[in-house]
Design a protein. Structure first.
Length: 228
């Protein structure tokens, strides 16, 4: 199995490509193997399949945006009503008990069915990452059922949050708050969320340049003793 790499060491799979500054596109193609995914995340690259709902065809693409969205602990903002809900224990928080349920929920919840980048190939790849201890889920349960959650990839002190979903209102937000608490408690230094969305902006997400992100990533990957 490939070890976590420094972003300043040459990539095994992506060394011949330079990210496009407008789109962040690195390249098309490749394979969603564990080794390739670890190499990609270790160099600030992530897979983002491009789907055409008209013909149901998907092209595997890899990106490294010029501006990278992250959460910082000191800037993370929890609305008061959500904090009260979080402390009320209305939702039971669990870790890694139903990773497959979370990623499949992320692929089909709300308006994402047949419109998602979380393809069957991506689902299989990240389940393998979970099986090897690189991918994780934080889940919000209610009345014995999975109500929402978030999943992502952990390498050293990096956590790359991939997607979240909810069945019950606010469940995904509760899972996100629990994730941030967990990462802070365990010493993670970089929380990557790839791109700003209106939802993450409300929680205090910020953007940093690709160059600063790679510096932060380099430091985060040194934290090899961090446990999930």
């Amino acid at each position: 199995m490939l070890n976590v790499l420094s972003p300043y060491l040459q990539s095994i799979y992506f060394s011949h490509y330079t990210p496009d500054d407008e789109s962040g596109l690195v390249c098309f193609g490749g394979a969603l193997t564990i080794n390739c995914l670890i190499d990609a995340y270790s160099h600030g690259i992530f897979p983002w399949p491009i789907c055409n709902p008209d013909n149901n065809k998907t092209v595997l693409a890899w990106f490294s945006p010029k501006l990278r969205a992250i959460f910082e602990y000191e800037r993370f903002h929890i609305p008061r009503s959500l904090e009260r809900l979080y402390r009320s224990n209305q939702f039971q928080i669990k870790f890694d008990t139903d990773f497959e349920g979370v990623i499949r929920g992320c692929s089909s919840a709300q308006d994402r069915k047949n419109r998602t980048w979380i393809t069957p190939q991506m689902i299989r790849a990240y389940i393998r990452m979970y099986d090897y201890g690189y991918a994780h889920s934080v889940e919000a349960w209610a009345e014995g059922k999975l109500a929402g959650g978030v999943y992502g990839v952990a390498l050293g002190g990096l956590f790359a949050a991939e997607s979240m979903f909810y069945v019950k209102p606010n469940a995904s937000k509760i899972a996100l708050v629990a994730l941030i608490d967990h990462l802070k408690e365990n010493g993670y230094s970089l929380i990557d969320i790839q791109e700003i969305t209106p939802n993450t902006l409300r929680f205090g997400a910020i953007e940093i340049s690709r160059e600063i992100y790679k510096q932060r990533l380099h430091d985060a990957l040194k934290l090899i003793h961090i446990k999930w």
